[in-house]
Write a protein that binds this ligand. Structure first.
Ligand code: DGL
Length: 216
């Protein structure tokens, strides 16, 4: 069985690795759009223009489902994406609900791109889950660039994580798949404050399995 995975760049590769580990029998077509990186500062209109042709390309290549491994796309144009193709889409979005259920300090931090943080879907997630929770949104807008250029090191991320931990966040949400590549560094910093770091790969793989089992 063949599936597609799409992201603007290397964030998708982290998700591909997780899927390959759990479902080694799958054939995966992994498509990116590095010419138009970053997606995290684009408008919904720009994203529709860039993303829909890529999804159609994966559908035409015989994929039976597509994983949209990009929070930015999911939170802004998932409705348009689902309308544009006939095969199922499995998508990632910031894990606001689990974070709100986990937090004891009633303070969480969401690390995500500017477009995700400005999206209606993200605001809806806050409205549904975080009414009585303080949600910190550190400025991570340079991280995608740093990760794509392999220039992200501990010093370029540390202050953002230290700051939210000192403000009381005990759960940190990685709301951009690119940040999965610096999960270990973030965990090491957060660990000193007893804060947990969460990202959606395990949940996504579980959802993908369920969707594939239900395919005709
Ligand atoms: N990896 C994408 C996400 O999960 C965004 C990367 C970008 O800004 O291009 O949001």
């Amino acid at each position: 069985m063949k599936i597609g995975v799409f992201d603007s760049g290397v964030g998708g590769k982290s998700v591909v690795n997780a899927i390959e580990k759990a479902l080694p029998e799958l054939e995966i077509a992994y498509v990116t759009d590095k010419d138009n990186l970053p997606y995290g500062t684009k408008t919904p209109e720009q994203l529709i223009e860039l993303v829909i042709p890529k999804l159609k390309q994966l559908e035409a290549a015989g994929c039976q489902a597509i994983v949209v491994a990009c929070n930015t796309v999911t939170t802004t144009i998932i409705k348009e994406a689902r309308e544009a193709i006939k095969i199922p889409i499995i998508a990632v979005e910031p894990m606001v609900k689990p974070a709100c259920e986990m937090t004891k300090s009633k303070t969480i931090a969401v690390c995500a791109t500017p477009t995700t943080l400005n999206s209606n879907r993200y605001k809806e997630l806050l409205e549904l889950n975080a009414r009585h929770i303080t949600v910190l949104e550190p400025d991570c807008s340079d991280w995608v660039y740093l990760i794509e250029t392999k220039a992200a090191d501990r010093s370029s991320i540390e202050n953002r994580i230290v700051e939210v931990c000192e403000e009381g966040a005990d759960v940190i949400v990685l709301g951009c798949t690119h940040y999965h590549w610096i999960e270990q560094e973030i965990k090491e910093i957060a660990d000193k404050y007893g804060a947990k770091v969460i990202q959606p790969e395990a949940a996504l793989v579980a959802r993908l399995k369920r969707v594939l089992e239900q395919l005709p």
